[in-house]
Write a protein that binds this ligand. Sequence first.
Ligand SMILES: [Zn+2]
Length: 265
Amino acid sequence: MKSGCPPVLVLAFLLACLPFQALADPRLDALLAAYPDKLASYTDSELIWRDGTHMPLGSAHSDRPFAELLDRADIRDQFVIPYPLASAPFRAPTADEDPGRIRNDTFFLKMYGDCRRGEVKANLRPIPWLPNHGGGTVRATAINGVADQLEKVSRDLDTIPAELLRYLVPTSGIYNCRPIAQTNRLSMHAFGAAIDINARFGNYWLWSKRPNGTIVWQNQIPQRIVEIFERHGFIWGGRWYHFDSLHFEYRPELITLARQGWPRD
Ligand SMILES: [Zn+2]
């Protein structure tokens, strides 16, 4: 025999491998598709990066207190709250319904770099923002095609009715190496993967919090604008209980899953 193993040995080899093969997981498939520059594959317990790094997926802790989830999220926790893509008109989110706000810091730091060490700036690419309406230039990370997708958003927004332009020009910025207000966690702005539109029309949960702690959802951003961002992979902070209605961030995995109807009953 020139090469290969006797069939029975091949079969034994395959059976030996089976326990280590990951079962297909739609959430992780969506994650790989969202970040093709960086992610290669996954097993049942680990995410495997293109540079060979293995990162633990952890578990989904839907029973963990919300504040703890925000501070100590595993990668699987990022999918605990589904993104409600289709809702017209908008609805007020239920308590702590913050799809996308639960982020594993280690995951995003490896993905986009640490701005505190100057690792993000080098990847920022300039984009003309609504060039037909004097939006100037904004800069977003080129990693995973974020800048390309934001440029598509800009092109689509450049053709919307004139009365909607005031929400979009001027923008209130993309890259900003800072933590989220009142936390030590980095914001998606620190990765050059989030944009704030015109702050004049923004509503933010911390500003709207009542003395008794109640948060009353508020929003001025028209649905048409939100739909254009979502079409190109950006989730909207207006869909959060802890809302930030001028904020959009690149999280196409959550939108893909919403389109697939995840989670299914
Ligand atoms: Zn923001």
